[in-house]
Design a protein around this ligand. Structure first.
Ligand SMILES: Cc1cc2nc3c(=O)[nH]c(=O)nc-3n(C[C@H](O)[C@H](O)[C@H](O)COP(=O)(O)O)c2cc1C
Length: 466
């Protein structure tokens, strides 16, 4: 069988993910693997006809496509995202049509599922037969049990190709875009109360996104800084080199860090506007997110109100919504809202933009950050354990931040609780005590909360006096 491997890592041969492919090559000697380094070579692929046609020929001639990619900021690297855009823009989807596909990722399992869902949706759109994914932790290949699983995964992929296994589409096709939004009613201005509002966008002139950006900016009475992310002057996508790990300094010497300092850092209210391209925002936005990795695992949006303007069918893209809201929450910011042009009703969009402006200022004023849900709680534990478990040797900047902010908050550090848990556990060995606890479990569960309820009135009064 001829397998075309589309490698998404900018690191090319030095990619961690590619070592998993090399393992498969050695394990399946009867099959041929042709690796196309789209992550490493995206610039040449984009500019030179020769590289592009050679790549397409490899895909056309293969029996199955393996997307082998690292997870970068909850998705695939911007370079691979750009390649997927090119396939659509250059109308060459027929090279992929009908082929069986699978994906193999490496990561630390932080939002790997969104990267898989994205690739699955892309495969469905290309008319491919998506078999499934294998999600490896970046060090899993050292583990024999994992190696066996990887072989099983790949055997299933090969069998699916040999059997011409029928596969149902999972992600429905996206609807046709709504007509571009044009503001209808003049906005009523919202007092920004000294909050610094920044809107970043990648709008084309005359687009619905540009109209939404203008519409939202006009909703704020105070000054609003609006900038195109092109002005960050990024020379390229994140290289995955992790040189930033030591002191949060990127290896690139371009305008990105200065842009970050100028727009992101001072913003109290940060709005990011984008247009749906395939099943995510543009590769340019993805590059912006990837490049933000120079901050390591330090929450770069901490304390900000963050909002999005999305031109395109967001309601049909739960993965995009999950990534956008996940980004905010894991950065310890608050999602003030997302407005899309999807309803196609200009007056309704005007109203939503105005409501967003009002809410963002109100929440910024109250310094409200929504309590985290599963993605941020789980993300914290993953980063904490990964850093402590080894990454801190090189991710020095993260380590410093985690120490200074008490983020190495393992439950084992709470000695008082450990003693009391041990004591309770011993008491539970006494049948009479256990009977009593079992009988009154709900009472015991709410007992520690009573003190808070008793003090709530005082707290509310103190808040209104402020
Ligand atoms: C810019 C960047 C972003 C990353 N984002 C994520 C992420 O969102 N989730 C995750 O689990 N790992 C993330 N990682 C870790 C990589 O997925 C992991 O190191 C991977 O094995 C790298 O593979 P490669 O060498 O093939 O590029 C990120 C790494 C980089 C450099």
């Amino acid at each position: 069988m001829r397998i075309s491997v589309i490698s998404g890592s900018p690191k090319g041969e030095k990619s961690v993910t590619l070592q998993y492919v090399r393992f498969l090559e050695e394990a399946f000697l009867d099959h041929t693997f042709s690796v196309v380094h789209v992550g490493r070579d995206i610039r040449t692929i984009e500019r030179q006809e020769e590289g592009w046609s050679g790549l397409l020929a490899t895909v056309k001639e293969c029996d199955g496509v393996l997307w082998a990619t690292p997870v970068y900021v909850m998705l695939v690297p911007a370079q691979l995202k750009r390649f997927i855009e090119l396939v659509g823009e250059r109308n060459v989807t027929e090279a992929f049509f009908g082929k069986h596909a699978a994906c193999l990722t490496t990561s630390i399992h932080f939002f790997d599922h969104t990267a898989h869902a994205y690739l699955h949706g892309v495969c469905d759109d290309l008319g491919m037969r998506y078999i499934g994914f294998c999600s490896a932790h970046m060090q899993d290949l050292e583990n024999e049990a994992f190696q066996e699983q990887l072989i099983r995964f790949f055997s299933d992929f090969l069998e699916a190709i040999a059997e011409r296994r029928p596969i149902q589409r999972v992600f429905p096709p996206l609807p046709a875009p709504s007509p571009p939004y044009a503001p209808k009613s003049p906005p009523a201005a919202v007092d920004t109360r000294g909050k610094r509002v920044v809107i970043l966008h990648d709008a084309e002139p005359g687009s619905g996104q540009e109209a939404m950006v203008g519409g939202l900016a006009a909703c704020y009475a105070g000054p609003v800084r609006v900038a195109h992310i092109r002005d960050a002057g990024m020379k390229g996508g994140c290289l995955g080199c992790c040189r930033c790990a030591f002191d949060n300094t990127c290896v690139y010497d371009d305008g990105f860090s200065a842009f970050w300092e100028e727009y992101i850092v001072p913003a109290d209210i940060l709005v990011m506007a984008g247009t749906v391209r395939d099943r995510f925002l543009s590769a340019a936005w993805k590059q912006f997110f990837d490049r933000s990795f120079f901050n390591g695992h330090v929450p770069a949006f901490k304390g900000k109100q963050v909002a999005y303007l999305v031109e395109g069918p967001l309601g049909h893209l739960p993965t995009l919504r999950e990534v956008l809201s996940g980004l905010v929450m894991t950065e310890k910011a608050n999602l003030a809202g997302i407005v899309t042009d999807e309803p196609g009703d200009p007056a309704g969009i005007d109203a939503a933009l105005h409501a967003l402006a009002e809410r963002s200022v109100r929440l910024a004023d109250r310094e409200y950050i929504a309590p985290p849900t599963f993605p941020a709680v789980a993300g914290h534990k993953i980063f904490r354990d990964e850093l402590w478990g080894g990454m801190r040797a090189t991710f020095k900047a993260d380590d410093r931040y985690y120490r200074q902010h008490g983020l190495y908050d393992f439950p084992t550090r709470n000695y008082l609780e450990r003693i009391s848990t041990r004591a309770t556990s011993l008491m539970m060995c006494i049948p009479a005590v256990r009977r009593e606890v079992v009988k009154n479990m709900p009472t015991y569960m709410i007992q520690p909360l009573q003190k808070a309820i008793e003090s709530s009135r005082v707290l509310a009064e103190r808040k209104t006096q402020r």
